[in-house]
Ligand binder design. Sequence first.
Ligand SMILES: [Zn+2]
Ligand SMILES: [Zn+2]
Length: 168
Amino acid sequence: MLRVDLRELTRAGAVATHGELQQGDPALEGTDIALREPVAIDGRLQSIGEGRFYWQGRLRTVVQGECRRCLTPVATPLNLEVGALFTEDPEAEDPDSYPVPPEATEIDVTPVIREELVLAPRYALCREDCRGLCPQCGKDLNAGPCDCVPATDARWQPLKGLKDKLRS
Ligand SMILES: [Zn+2]
Ligand SMILES: [Zn+2]
């Protein structure tokens, strides 16, 4: 349940929120989030005063990320602790709070989940020793060296010639 009935919340003081978001859920519409696993949500919404509610939750999922060096798609596990304030006060001082319209009968926590997933860093390394892309030609250096000659190599050419001469 990711929507909480406001009457129930007011009566009970706090309500547990458990649920799952799948790829294609309307809550993720318009984002570039690609889920490799559904988002598992665990949390608790509580009444913390007149028209104010605080949701504390944990999100677990695996999203499609990108290697920050070579841009290969990488599975990126996310495990996020989330806290969000919902308020009926239209002039709430906290700009990060989520508005609850006066005529609302329920609170939906999915906008918070969307926001957290959009903001979560999705960059990882495909492997610790990823060589990345050549800054000059863009070739994936994990597949082998490219034909670009690094500028610094030229310095060593005379030395190499001398070595070859000594060896012969
Ligand atoms: Zn990589
Ligand atoms: Zn290159």
